[in-house]
Design a protein around this ligand. Structure first.
Ligand code: 5GP
Ligand code: MN
Length: 315
């Protein structure tokens, strides 16, 4: 899965893990980095290896592996420090992913489909396609539901197709308690996160009505002051899109080791292209990310210039 995994990266990986375990394989799930507290309820999450924290253990697994499934990312750069190690892996590499422009040379087999709502939906298709739909139990269902629900913005994005709803119906048939999963993912934070959200919306958000766009730029000192941890800023970038007329929102955070950017849009404005062109990133048409090795101030200036250059496409 990709670094700083979200619920789709973790959910698709653990869903596949439970499925392969049932078939008698010995799968091991590796994350390139640590992950958010609010993912830890997922069945099997306790056994996931953090590559940065347990590098030797993860390397030993990679050395022995016959197959490496790469889920919810398609360029090795998304695995951060693990990328160099992955390049040397002799195992058969299989891609299952829904992002644009895969690094096709690296993978031996795979499915890359940007029309899919989530990698979790693709793992579901993979299980059903293999003829083992009957093996989908409540653990697999919980992992895959978390991924498809979050990647579709709780079933509001265009990717929430009829097939997605049929998949959810099948997951419900296993006894899945979807209300519990929403609680675990969205009502499971500490007070500081909500206070931080309030502070940021009040003090760090700028709206550029002339470009139908908004920016939230967060300095490192805010993260320290509010004791912000991995995952605590997820979802922040969506808030400005709730303002009438706003078609693009950016979140730029000084994470000390790098400046991280997130972009979201509504309609035709392609933030994948925007992130690739200006911020060494990528993603999907309406959700993408990137980074900058400049300071926060310089990155913000670059963003403002890029915004002006793209203003006509945002009208
Ligand atoms: P987020 O803003 O939540 O970090 O990322 C939004 C979407 O863009 C996710 O689907 C994520 O996988 C993708 N993404 C984020 N950062 C990058 C990046 O640096 N490169 C590419 N190719 N995709 C990214
Ligand atoms: Mn995904």
């Amino acid at each position: 899965m990709h670094q700083k995994p979200d619920a789709d990266a973790m959910g698709s990986s653990l869903g596949l893990f439970h499925f392969l375990s049932q078939l008698g394989h010995e799968p091991v799930v590796i994350s390139p980095t640590n992950w958010a507290e609010w993912l830890k309820w997922m069945p099997g999450c306790g056994g996931v290896i953090d590559y940065e924290y347990s590098t030797d253990k993860a390397m030993a697994v990679l050395d022995q592996a016959q197959w490496v499934f790469c889920l919810d990312f398609n360029t090795l750069a998304r695995t951060r420090h693990m990328a160099n190690r992955l390049r040397k892996v002799s195992a058969t590499k299989i891609l299952i992913d829904h992002h644009q422009q895969p690094e096709v040379d690296y993978f031996d087999y795979g499915v890359s489909d940007t029309a899919k709502s989530s990698t979790s939906e693709m793992v579901y298709d993979f299980i059903v396609g293999s003829g083992h739909a009957g093996l989908i139990d409540i653990d697999i269902a919980a992992c895959l539901y978390a991924g498809v629900m979050t990647d579709t913005g709780s079933f509001r994005f265009p990717g929430a197709s009829a097939a997605v709803h049929r998949m959810v119906a099948a997951l419900k048939d296993t006894g899945l308690n979807h209300t519990q999963i929403h609680d675990d993912l969205f009502d499971n934070f500490l007070e500081n996160r909500l206070r931080f959200t309030g502070f940021v919306l009040q003090n760090r958000m700028e709206i550029f009505y002339e470009h139908n766009a908004a920016l939230i730029a967060i300095p490192w000192k805010d993260l320290v002051r509010y004791e912000i941890k991995t995952g605590d800023t997820e979802g922040l970038v969506n808030f400005p899109l709730s303002i009438q007329g706003i078609k693009m929102a950016a979140l730029i955070i000084d994470r000390d080791e790098e400046v991280k950017c997130s972009f979201r849009s509504k309609g035709n404005f392609d933030v994948n292209v925007f992130a690739r062109k200006y911020f060494e990133g990528g993603g999907h048409v309406n959700a993408a990310g990137g980074r900058s090795s400049d300071t926060l101030e310089v990155t913000v200036q670059k963003f403002l210039q890029a915004l002006k250059d793209n203003s006509s496409q945002l009208q």
